[in-house]
Design a protein around this ligand. Structure first.
Ligand SMILES: Nc1nc2c(ncn2[C@@H]2O[C@H](COP(=O)(O)OP(=O)(O)OP(=O)(O)O)[C@@H](O)[C@H]2O)c(=O)[nH]1
Ligand SMILES: [Mg+2]
Length: 255
């Protein structure tokens, strides 16, 4: 679009100064400008609405008192797969599952689900956009609304693809990105995913897990309950209005 306007200005300047021609050119230019201004106004309105919507959602979630856990990590590490594995382990409807495929940026927006881990132990779990190397600042801005989830989390689960020879570098990139988001102080636990692809593993600073086979999933659930101090905690029911924003464990409704 800017090129179109530049082209028009150029053409108008080349017309040699005929008053009628120049006038017609300016009108066209004016029209283009008005159209673009209108588009910008509409996009700004949409963004304002989105921000408002997110502020309302985030307020309601805070009111719910449920601990907020956020899956973070390098793109393609298996964040969405882990979300789905946890949903499946708790028999939550497949309709609540999120997209997971073998490609960068499979997840382009965050998704939040309410999950009952055991008894009264419940959490709000969010899947987020994957980080990549040298994420430019302007992309960070574009992901602002998604990454707000991270900043509001009580606990971050960093999902690492243990089968990737570059996992240490990817972890560094994730840490760097967290620092840029001012979120490096948030409590964090590590999951080494894709255990089924790793013949030998000695590290003890995180849980080795496989979304594919389910290895480590029960330990993760137990770890979350103890880390978040969830034994014997009761949370208030959340109204219907809120329930449209996040998905419930099906058998929790109306309890
Ligand atoms: N072998 C194996 N593959 C896995 C495992 N977990 C996830 N995958 C695969 O890894 C690929 C990426 O999984 P996703 O869950 O989409 O990864 P993601 O981190 O959400 O990716 P983005 O949304 O792009 O950031 C998919 O092809 C999954 O099937 C696992 O435990 N073992
Ligand atoms: Mg994903």
């Amino acid at each position: 679009m800017p090129r179109l306007i530049e082209g028009q200005i150029h053409a108008d300047q080349q017309q040699g100064g005929g008053v009628r021609n120049r006038g017609a050119g300016e009108t066209r230019l004016e029209r283009s400008r008005r159209t673009i201004e209108k588009q910008i106004r509409n996009i700004r309105l949409e963004l304002d609405q989105l921000k408002l919507q997110q502020a309302v959602q985030s307020h309601r979630r805070r009111q719910s008192g449920l601990p907020r856990v956020c899956l973070i990590g390098y793109s393609n590490a298996g964040k969405s797969s882990l979300m789905n594995a946890l949903l499946a382990a708790r028999s939550i409807s497949p309709a609540k599952q999120v997209v997971s495929t073998d490609q960068l940026f499979a997840t382009l927006d965050s998704a939040t689900r309410r999950i009952k881990l055991a008894g009264r132990a419940e959490i709000l779990l969010s899947d987020t956009v994957g980080f990549v190397r040298d994420l430019p600042d302007f992309l960070l801005d574009a992901f602002e609304s998604t990454l707000q989830e991270i900043q509001e989390a009580d606990l971050l689960i960093e999902v690492i693809d243990a089968s990737d020879p570059q996992w240490e570098l990817q972890h560094e990139i994730v840490m760097r990105t967290l620092r840029r988001l001012h979120a490096a102080h948030i409590d964090r636990m590590r999951i080494y995913n894709k255990a089924d692809q790793v013949p030998q593993w000695d590290r003890k600073d995180g849980l080795l897990l496989s979304c594919l086979t389910g290895q480590g999933l029960q330990e993760l659930i137990a770890g979350l309950i103890s880390r978040l101090n969830l034994t014997d905690r009761a949370f208030p029911e959340i109204g219907d209005e809120f329930s449209s924003q996040v998905s419930y464990n099906e058998d929790e409704r109306g309890e």
